[in-house]
Design a binder for this molecule. Structure first.
Ligand code: BES
Ligand code: ZN
Ligand code: ZN
Length: 462
């Protein structure tokens, strides 16, 4: 059980009443006089996110009222988890589509703290979970995965290098009997992964390709690929200090696919899963790759390095080609690939690139339900020419200041046959300030949306 919950009997728990902002006048009129007066005195009008503590006759906290904008407005429960005083609480259910499951999930997501390097006591408010009415195994799997993803992203690069990510993958091996195969250092060259090796060779920490397999071979094959750049200095095309500050998060794609693996395995989805993580440090040294180098990638295409800071696509392209060779039914990749995607969509919304419109519609709908927003951006082929090179089949970075997230996605597309159902997520994976569903720092983007989508496509047998 997570520290933010309790499964103690609920009789003594303080009830939280969500009040619809639009129903406030009617609700207020129907309350007993004491409540009416308290509401008036405190100027509570059930504005979305507003919280009202209501004392009982002896001064103890008797009830909590919270304003919600609509019946699917459950994020505020994340805020309640960190702001309510010590006590055990329970959620007063409302008619559908209000969901106690979602409210409890928000509570758990909002309660997260990164405590590895600085101890802090857990938030004092605990939510009482009614085992009968809540899907506990789902709640635990999603929370465990999200906490893991955030911890991995928040861990400083010094402690989250390629070999550390490999160690984390071994957790899936131990817990769920997944098979983990690792190629590292020179062995990558031996297997033809020139591009992964080249990006990682400037670092004292050897590049890795982590290959995880799990599930029944008879089940549909789903493959997930995650960008694992443990620190992105930009390479010789060095980033500015301002842009480098948060680049420990550049392995967030790797964290996301590990987190997804955790949920898929713990809920035992009928999937034959493969996870591929190219993990490197994009570092500066005498061994670093140079602007102007030409890489013979494993798939056969030559790539001119026009910018060593466009390293993500160089490691992903080889992993994606390897993934596509097995013709999975679904291939998804996750990457903190471009600053341009952040300029387009801000910090919260994951950019999705796919030629499969149905996949986009379904993932966006799942994202909306989960309050984990996704937006479909186009693989506009006319921009492909921005990746032309005079000396190689492709250049790794466009020289145009426009459409950078699209050209990055088009680069990846060059390595995937049209017949594959492929989706590429370009995300931020970082809250620049605290939100109701999570504090400042590492964040899982599109994770719950993809879990929701996978559960719809591959339901577990009850
Ligand atoms: N890891 C960065 C992209 C990034 C930056 C994601 C900030 C999220 C927040 C990536 O490796 C990168 O540096 N991309 C360059 C590409 C450019 C050189 C073509 C970028 O976006 O500026
Ligand atoms: Zn970069
Ligand atoms: Zn990067």
């Amino acid at each position: 059980m997570f520290p933010c919950y309790t499964d103690q009997p609920t009789e003594k728990a303080i009830p939280i009443f969500p009040i619809l902002e639009g129903d406030f006048v009617q609700w207020h009129a129907s309350q007993e006089d004491r409540i009416k007066k308290w509401v008036e005195q405190t100027h509570f009008v059930a504005k979305s996110g507003a919280i009202l503590l209501y004392p009982g006759v002896t001064g103890e906290l008797e009830k909590v009222f919270v304003g919600i904008g609509s019946l699917d407005d459950w994020c505020v429960f994340g805020q309640l988890a960190v702001t309510l005083p010590q006590g055990v609480y329970k959620i007063h259910a409302l008619p559908e589509p209000f969901s106690v499951d979602f409210a409890a999930l928000a509570w758990g997501l909002g309660s997260y703290q990164f405590t590895v390097y600085k101890k802090s006591s857990p938030h004092k408010a605990k939510l009482s979970l009614d085992k009968e009415s809540i899907n506990l195994s789902y709640l635990h799997a999603v929370l465990q995965a999200t906490y893991w993803v955030r911890d991995l992203i928040n861990t400083p690069a010094q402690d989250m290098m390629p070999h550390h990510i490999a160690d984390q993958a071994l957790f899936l091996e131990k817990t769920f009997l997944a098979q983990v195969a690792i190629l590292k250092g020179e062995a990558l060259l031996g297997a033809g992964y020139n591009s992964i090796y080249t990006v990682g060779r400037g670092s004292v920490h050897a590049p890795h390709l982590i290959d995880i397999r799990w599930g029944d071979k008879g089940h549909p094959k789903v493959t997930l690929v995650g960008k694992g750049v443990c620190f992105d200095s930009g390479g010789l095309d060095l980033k500015s200090a301002a842009n480098m500050g948060t680049m420990k998060k550049d392995m967030a794609g790797a964290a996301h696919v590990l987190g997804l693996g955790y949920v898929i395995m713990s809920l035992n989805l009928p999937i034959c899963l493969r996870i591929l993580i190219p993990a490197v440090e994009n570092s500066v040294s005498g061994a670093s790759y140079h602007p102007g180098d030409i890489i013979r990638t494993r798939p056969g295409k030559s790539v001119e390095v026009t910018n060593t800071d466009a390293e993500g696509r160089l490691i992903l392209c080889e992993a994606l080609e390897e993934a596509a060779k097995e013709a999975p039914e679904l291939l998804l990749d996750f990457a903190t690939l471009t600053g341009a995607a952040r300029v387009a969509l801000g910090t919260d919304i994951a950019a999705l690139f796919t030629d499969d419109n149905q996949l986009a519609v379904d993932l966006m709908a799942a994202g909306e339900k989960e309050k984990d927003p996704i937006w479909h951006l186009p693989l506009y082929t006319a921009y492909k020419k921005l990746l032309d090179s005079k000396v190689a089949d492709l250049s790794n970075a466009s020289s145009s200041p426009y459409g950078g997230a699209i050209t990055a996605a088009l680069f990846l597309k060059e390595f995937i046959p049209h017949t594959i159902k492929w989706g590429h997520f370009d995300m931020m994976a970082w809250n620049t300030s605290g939100r109701s569903l999570g504090p400042e720092g590492g964040e899982a983007n599109a994770l719950r949306a993809v879990i929701h989508y996978l559960l719809d496509c591959y339901p577990t047998k009850q």
